[in-house]
Design a binder for this molecule. Structure first.
Ligand code: URA
Length: 215
């Protein structure tokens, strides 16, 4: 897979001039922390909105203020967010802006420097997560190692693969491929797909370490 084609479970935000401009700002090594936060937040908001577009709806009959009946829709089920710490926390406030009282769980996964393995340190999730759609939040999809640990926790709690939508700002073709092989029914929404990973597993051209630049 190259950065131009996507696995069937992945969707990339439309390459508008606006998105390319925002991505250029956050990639630039001369962008200040304040600007990095501001413009990343704008991209994250677009991702969250697109993630919500993916959730199924059911018919909802209401009466409008004029007294007229109206056949609309409402979300079909309950939704929660799960952020992969630390960088995923950067995506929580945009989710709260869109879904006011949304429950948000957290998963801490860290790479063991000796073995290179991603290790799960902590998970705090809503008890009824098996009944919810899950928006999984991590700005960077590189090798997919951390995401695999996080998704396996969700599946072990009874979340259905096709009820997970994984949102990330920037992804590498390697990570997208792994996600498709392991979780073909999970949806991925990504802001941009870059060329590849480098020898340190950074995305290139990339933007560096998202967590270091945001927090
Ligand atoms: N995580 C980051 O923050 N940056 C990368 O390039 C890869 C993973």
């Amino acid at each position: 897979m190259t950065s131009n084609d996507l696995p069937p479970n992945a969707y990339r935000l439309p390459r508008t001039n606006q998105l390319e401009g925002l991505m250029t700002i956050i990639r630039d090594k001369n962008t200040s922390k304040g600007e990095f936060i501001f413009y990343s937040d704008r991209i994250i908001r677009l991702l969250i909105e697109e993630g919500l577009n993916q959730l199924p709806t059911i018919p909802k009959h209401i009466t409008t203020e004029t007294g007229e009946p109206y056949d609309g829709v409402g979300f079909e089920g309950k939704v929660c967010g799960v952020s992969i710490l630390r960088a995923g926390e950067a995506m929580e406030s945009a989710l709260r802006e869109c879904l006011r009282s949304v429950r948000i769980g957290k998963v801490l996964v860290q790479r063991n420097e000796q073995t290179g393995e991603a290790h799960l340190y902590y998970a705090k999730l809503p008890e009824d997560i098996h009944n919810r759609f899950v928006l999984l939040l991590d700005p960077m999809l590189a090798t997919g190692g951390s995401a695999i640990r996080a998704i396996d926790v969700l599946l072990s709690k009874g979340v259905k693969q096709d009820k997970i939508v994984f949102l990330n700002v920037l992804s590498a073709p390697e990570g997208l491929r792994v996600m498709n092989e392991k979780y073909p029914k999970m949806k991925i929404i990504t802001g941009w797909v870059d060329r590849q990973l480098d020898e340190r597993n950074y995305i290139v051209p990339g933007l560096g370490d998202f967590g270091d630049r945001y927090f």
